[in-house]
Design a protein around this ligand. Structure first.
Ligand code: BT5
Length: 239
C-alpha cells in the first residue's frame, strides 16, 4: 500500500509564552510550510470566538496548525473536533461534539476549536485542550480537564503526539472526502434530536436540532418550519 506523506506536524514551533498561538500562526503563515504547528506552554491572550477569551494557564495544550487548503472552509473546525475526540478516546475518555466547535464530556467543555482563515492565503486551526491545567474558578461548573477526569497527570507530549496523528488523518479526509468527515461529525454530535436554543448574532432561535448538513450547517425544526443555521452558540434546553 502506498504510504501518504504526513502533513500536520512536519514542523513544530514551541513557545513558552505567547499572546495567542492563532495570532502567532497568522503572522508566520507565509514563511512556513503547510502543517506547521505552533504550541505554547501558556497564552496570555488566548481567544475564543467573537472576542471571548480562552483560559490558557500552563499544563494545557494550546496549539495552532497552519494549513493551506484550496479554499477557506468552515468545516475545517470539525477536523479539530474529531481529532480531539479520537485523542481523548485513546486515553479512555469518550466525548461528544457540540456543534459547531466544542468538545464536551458529560456536560462540561474540555476543548474548544477556533478556525480562522484568509482567502487565498491560509487557514489556521486553533485547538485548546484542558489536559493538566487548572480550570479557573469561574469556569469550573462548565469546564473540565483530562487530569480531573482521569485523576492523575497526563504526559502532555504524548497527548500532543496523538492529537497530531489524528489531525493528520482527519485533515486528509476533509480534503478528499468531506462527506465522510461530516458523516462522522453527525455521528458524534450529541445535540441532535434535542431541544436547543441557538444564539446567532442578535437572534435567539429555539427549536429541535435535527441534523448537521454536509456543508457544516445545523438544520433545525422551529415549530414545524425547517431552518438552516450557519453558525451560532448552542445551549441545550431542558424541560
Ligand atoms: C472556543 O471559543 O471554544 C475556541 C477556543 C479556542 C482556543 C484555542 S487555544 C489555541 C488557539 N489560540 C487561541 O488564541 N485560541 C485557540 P468559544 O466557543 O467562543 O468559547 C469561549 C468560552 O469558553 C469562554 O467564553 C468561556 O466561557 C469558555 N472557556 C474559556 N476558557 C476555557 C477553558 N480553558 N476550558 C473550557 N472552557 C473555557
Amino acid at each position: 500500500m502506498e504510504k501518504t506523506k504526513r502533513v500536520i506536524g512536519v514542523k513544530i514551533i514551541r513557545l513558552d509564552e505567547v499572546d495567542s498561538t492563532n495570532e502567532y500562526a497568522k503572522a508566520i503563515a507565509h514563511e512556513v510550510p503547510e502543517g506547521t504547528v505552533v504550541v505554547a506552554k501558556r497564552q496570555v491572550a488566548g481567544k475564543g470566538r467573537k472576542g471571548r477569551s480562552w483560559a490558557s494557564p500552563e499544563g494545557g495544550l494550546w496549539m495552532s496548525v497552519i494549513l493551506k487548503p484550496p479554499r477557506v472552509d468552515p468545516r475545517l473546525a470539525f477536523v479539530g473536533a474529531l481529532a480531539v475526540g479520537d485523542t481523548l478516546a485513546d486515553f479512555g475518555i469518550s466525548v461528544g461534539i457540540k456543534w459547531p466547535n466544542d468538545v464536551w464530556v458529560g456536560g462540561r467543555k474540555i476543548s474548544g476549536i477556533l478556525a480562522e482563515g484568509k482567502a487565498g492565503e491560509y487557514s489556521i486551526l486553533g485547538i485548546g485542550l484542558n489536559v493538566n491545567n487548572p480550570i479557573p474558578e469561574e469556569l469550573r461548573e462548565n469546564a473540565v480537564s483530562m487530569m480531573e477526569l482521569l485523576g492523575s497527570k497526563l504526559p502532555l507530549e504524548e497527548v500532543l503526539k496523538r492529537l497530531l496523528l489524528h489531525l493528520d488523518g482527519w485533515y486528509r479526509v476533509f480534503l478528499e472526502r468531506p462527506d465522510l468527515l461530516m458523516a462522522k461529525v453527525r455521528e458524534r454530535t450529541f445535540i441532535l434530536g434535542r431541544p436547543v436554543t441557538v444564539i446567532e448574532g442578535d437572534e435567539r432561535i429555539s427549536g429541535i436540532a435535527l441534523d448537521v448538513l454536509d456543508d457544516g450547517s445545523l438544520l433545525m425544526d422551529i415549530d414545524g418550519q425547517l431552518r438552516r443555521i450557519l453558525y451560532g452558540d448552542v445551549s441545550l434546553r431542558f424541560f
